[in-house]
Design a protein around this ligand. Structure first.
Ligand SMILES: Cc1cc2nc3c(=O)[nH]c(=O)nc-3n(C[C@H](O)[C@H](O)[C@H](O)COP(=O)(O)O)c2cc1C
Length: 335
């Protein structure tokens, strides 16, 4: 496992971590990324996916594209199917501070695939190739792709697809080891990551079910991938990327946060969302608070309460209440 403490090379860029925080729409905003960054100082983080057509036409860029101070290394993920719009959007993303441009070729959502973006590009490899070529021609930062195995179990075309993307100039491929039809269900099939790694020269990042240090090690040992990308395992747990990174670099586990640590972080997350987005941030915080609240007696009831908060004060009071209960019942367990 020694190579996993060495830098990850993405084209001409060196990233001092082989653990990446995935783009998560509705989650990986600046507030969440700051929490992840605290525990994972070296890892590549990603913005939420950004609609390239929309931003290629906008004068004023959406909050989604704002990259803060000290966020590097960071990548911006774009989606759509028009190579020319993708190229314009990529230039804007670089101007905002993106160190790589990632192209989404994996999103399964109907609204996006119907317009030819996301995972539907797996069925249009020529267009996918053209997008990569145009974006590579438009920006001087590395261009990467995140995709899936294929449209469904009968149409797994990732080997040919990945080769085409590499030939078109992609500098790294992240493979979510499920088909479009699977959505987020069933176990990720890491076998395909291993096969893709065998045929590509660019770095291959394993994605799907990287939910713990143990899962990351098993995946890396099995696939020989160049790194791992964490996704749902980070929901309500911004420690995960840092925990895996620390283990890969030192062979040691960081101490686990307790339930109270998590609730305290949840409060910070809520306050951050309020400051950054106002009332919209409060509504978005509901799901985050529920995710932080796991594995202790009565957690389901607290989750229910968190999912209805209307204000910062209400959210903070509830979190304080949950912490007080954990202290009272001496139930501050390690997650
Ligand atoms: C709420 C949510 C939002 C997501 N948003 C994005 C996105 O914007 N871009 C992307 O490439 N993948 C997105 N994904 C997919 C994840 O990045 C990842 O590929 C997938 O969840 C598989 O990893 P996992 O099994 O560890 O969760 C999203 C997944 C979830 C659950």
């Amino acid at each position: 496992m020694a190579i996993y403490s060495s830098p990850l090379k993405i084209g001409n860029l060196e990233v001092h971590s082989r653990v990446l925080q995935s783009p998560l729409s509705g989650v990986t905003d600046l507030v969440f990324r700051r929490l992840v960054r605290r525990f994972a100082p070296d890892s590549m983080l990603y913005t939420e996916m950004v609609n390239a057509t929309e931003i290629s036409q906008l004068q004023e860029l959406p909050q989604l594209m704002v990259i803060g101070d000290k966020e590097q290394p960071i990548s911006m993920q774009l989606f759509d199917c028009r190579p020319d719009f993708m190229a314009v959007a990529a230039k804007k993303a670089v101007k905002e501070g993106a160190m790589t441009i990632d192209i989404n070729m994996g999103c399964p959502v109907n609204k996006i695939t119907k317009k030819g973006g996301g995972s539907s590009l797996l069925r249009q490899p020529e267009i996918a190739e053209q997008i990569v070529r145009e974006v590579v021609g438009a920006v001087s930062v590395p261009v990467t792709v995140k995709t899936r195995l294929g449209w469904n179990a009968q149409e797994i075309n990732i080997i040919d697809f990945a080769r085409r993307l590499e030939d078109a100039g992609a500098q790294m491929l992240t493979l979510h080891a499920r088909t479009r039809e699977q959505g987020y269900h069933g176990p990720a099939d890491w076998q395909w990551i291993k096969r893709v790694k065998e045929v590509l020269s660019i770095p291959v990042i394993a994605n799907g079910d990287i939910v713990s240090v143990e899962a990351a090690i098993n995946c890396l040992e099995f696939t020989r991938a160049d790194g791992v990308m964490c996704s749902r395992g980070t929901l309500g747990y911004p420690y995960l990327v840092g925990e895996i990174d620390y283990y890969l670099k030192t062979g040691k586990n960081l101490p686990k946060p307790t339930s109270i640590d998590l609730l305290s972080l949840a409060k910070e997350h809520l306050q951050g969302l309020w400051l950054y987005k106002g009332q919209r941030g409060i509504w978005q915080a509901r799901k985050h608070l529920a995710w932080y609240c796991q594995d202790f007696t009565g957690a389901a009831l607290w989750r229910e309460r968190f999912s209805r908060i209307e204000s910062l004060g209400e959210g903070c009071d509830l979190i304080d209440g949950a912490i007080a209960q954990l202290n009272l019942e001496n139930e501050n367990i390690y997650r």
